[in-house]
Design a protein around this ligand. Structure first.
Ligand SMILES: [Zn+2]
Length: 444
C-alpha cells in the first residue's frame, strides 16, 4: 500500500544543479589552479591592439571546453546574453571575449608556450599530492602513451598535414597527436605532454613509423617537463622494442607494455618454452551478476637484446549468471619490474590501466561536449595546437570537478543523470539567474 505519510525525497532543481556545478568549477580553479590567470598574463603579448587582457582571451578559449560547448559558435551564443557575461565576470573576475577575438590570438601565440602553462599547472597538482594514493608500488605514477587523430580534411589544411592516399587515389589530410597522460585507477586521465606527428620529409603517413619517431620526442619532453617524477610507462602492442626499452632505462622509468603474440619473437618463444615453469596464482571475485576467475602467471629473467625482462600474463574468465555464458580475456605484458608473487596482481592491474587513456582520455574528448575532432581552427596550424593544449587544461579542471562528492551525489540522484545534463543546467543557470550575493559567499 502506498504510504501517504512518507516524507517526499527532496531532489535538486535544475537551478540548484547548475549552481553546484558552477561553484565547483570556481572552487577547483581557485584551489588547484590558483596561478591560472597569472600564468596567462606572463606570456609575451604579440598583439598591437589590446581590447582584452591575455588572461581574458585565454580564459575565453578555456571556457569553450569547460562549458563543453563543442564549438566556437555555441560559446558565442552563450556569451551573447549580457546577464551571462555579467555573471561570469562576478565569479571569475574576467570578461568573456568573442570567440573571434581569442582565435586571432591563438593563431599567433607559439604553441609551446601554451603547452608550458599546461605543464606548470599540472606539475603543481603533483605538488598538491593529488595523485599520490594511486601510485604503483607506492612510488611510481602511471603514464600511458597513445596516439589519436584530431582532425582530417579533404584538402591540405596546412604544410604539416599528414597524408594518406586510398587505393582509389583519393588523398586525405589529417593530424595526429601522441599523448602522455597520467592515468589513475579512479579514472583520471591528465595530459603531461603532447607531441604532434608531422611528416617532415613529406612521406605518406605510416602509423608505426610515425608514432615511434614521435615517441622519442615525446619521451624527451616528459623528462624535460617532469625530470624527477617517478614514472611507470604503460603502452600498447606497438611499443615493445629496444628504442623504448633504452629510453626507459636511461630515464629510470619502469614500464609495463602490452606484448602481442607476434611481437618480440625470441622473447615470446622463450616465454612459451618456459611457460610450464611459470609461477602461478589464482584469484576469484564475485558480485550479484558475475563470477570472475583470474589466473596469473609470471616469468623473470628472460633475455631480450642485452637485457633481461619479465613476462606476465593474466587470463580472466567471467561467468555471467543471467545469460549462463562465459567471456574470456587474456592480457600479456613485458615489464622491467622483476616479479614476485606479492606484486604480480598489482603489475597486471597497472598494465590494464592503459585503456583509460583511450576511454576516459580520448573517447571522452571526442564526444561528451569537448569535440576534440571539431575543427576549431580550419586554417591555422598553431591555433589548432593551441586549442588542443587549452582543451587538455580544461579537461583536467572538469575531471577534478566531476570527482567532487557534490557532483558524484548529483549524478546518483536520477538513474539516467549525465554529466552533459548537469553542464546544460550550468549554462541555463548562468543565463537566467541574476547573481547577487551568491558570489561573495563562494569566496568566503
Ligand atoms: Zn594541417
Amino acid at each position: 500500500m502506498y504510504d501517504f505519510y512518507r516524507e517526499p525525497v527532496k531532489k535538486s532543481s535544475a537551478a540548484e544543479r547548475g549552481k553546484i556545478v558552477l561553484w565547483k568549477i570556481a572552487k577547483v580553479i581557485n584551489t588547484h589552479f590558483p596561478t591560472l590567470n597569472e600564468n596567462f598574463e606572463q606570456l609575451v603579448d604579440p598583439r598591437v591592439r589590446k581590447s582584452y587582457t591575455l588572461a581574458e582571451l585565454l580564459t575565453g578559449a578555456l571556457f569553450v571546453f569547460i562549458f563543453k560547448d563543442g564549438s566556437r559558435n555555441l560559446y558565442n551564443s552563450d556569451r551573447r546574453d549580457e546577464l551571462f557575461r555579467q555573471n561570469f565576470f562576478k565569479v571569475f573576475k574576467v570578461r568573456l571575449p568573442q570567440a573571434d577575438t581569442f582565435d586571432a590570438l591563438l593563431r599567433v601565440l607559439p604553441p609551446n608556450e601554451i603547452e608550458h602553462i599546461k605543464v606548470k599547472l599540472i606539475s603543481s597538482l603533483f605538488e598538491q599530492k593529488l595523485f599520490r594514493e594511486f601510485r604503483f608500488l607506492g612510488k611510481y605514477y602511471h603514464v600511458a602513451v597513445d596516439a589519436t587523430g584530431i582532425s582530417s580534411y579533404e584538402q591540405r589544411h596546412c604544410p604539416h598535414c599528414l597524408t594518406k592516399t586510398s587505393k582509389h587515389g583519393t588523398t586525405t589530410y589529417f593530424h595526429y597527436v601522441l599523448e602522455a597522460k597520467l592515468v589513475t585507477s579512479s579514472g583520471l586521465s591528465i595530459s603531461l605532454a603532447s607531441e604532434f606527428l608531422e611528416n617532415t620529409d613529406r612521406k605518406e603517413y605510416e602509423k608505426q613509423d610515425c608514432e615511434q619517431k614521435a615517441f622519442v620526442r615525446l619521451a624527451s619532453k616528459i623528462k624535460k617537463f617532469f625530470p624527477r617524477l617517478p614514472i611507470c610507462l604503460l603502452a600498447d602492442g606497438l611499443y615493445p622494442n629496444n628504442t623504448v626499452f633504452d629510453i626507459c632505462q636511461q630515464n629510470n622509468w619502469l614500464f609495463i607494455i602490452t606484448l602481442k603474440d607476434g611481437s618480440l619473437k625470441s622473447f615470446n618463444a622463450e616465454a612459451n618454452l618456459l611457460k610450464n615453469t611459470a609461477i602461478k596464482q589464482t584469484h576469484q571475485r564475485a558480485d550479484s551478476a558475475t563470477l570472475t576467475t583470474l589466473d596469473y602467471a609470471y616469468l623473470n629473467d628472460l633475455q631480450y637484446g642485452n637485457r633481461k625482462y619479465s613476462w606476465i600474463e593474466c587470463c580472466e574468465s567471467t561467468w555471467h549468471k543471467e545469460t549462463k555464458t562465459t567471456t574470456n580475456q587474456r592480457f600479456v605484458y613485458i615489464t622491467n619490474v622483476t616479479q614476485k608473487s606479492d606484486i604480480v596482481v598489482s603489475t597486471i592491474f597497472s598494465g590494464r590501466l592503459r585503456w583509460k587513456i583511450e576511454n576516459e582520455g580520448f573517447n571522452e574528448l571526442k564526444n561528451n561536449g569537448y569535440e576534440l575532432q571539431h575543427k576549431y581552427s580550419r586554417v591555422s596550424y598553431p591555433a589548432m595546437q593551441n586549442y588542443y593544449h587549452i582543451l587538455q587544461i580544461a579537461h583536467a579542471i572538469n575531471q577534478l570537478v566531476e570527482k567532487t562528492n557534490a557532483i558524484k551525489t548529483l549524478l546518483k540522484e536520477y538513474s539516467k543523470q549525465t554529466k552533459e545534463n548537469l553542464w546544460r543546467n550550468l549554462l541555463a543557470y548562468m543565463a537566467m539567474i541574476d547573481f547577487k550575493n551568491e558570489v561573495d559567499a563562494l569566496y568566503d
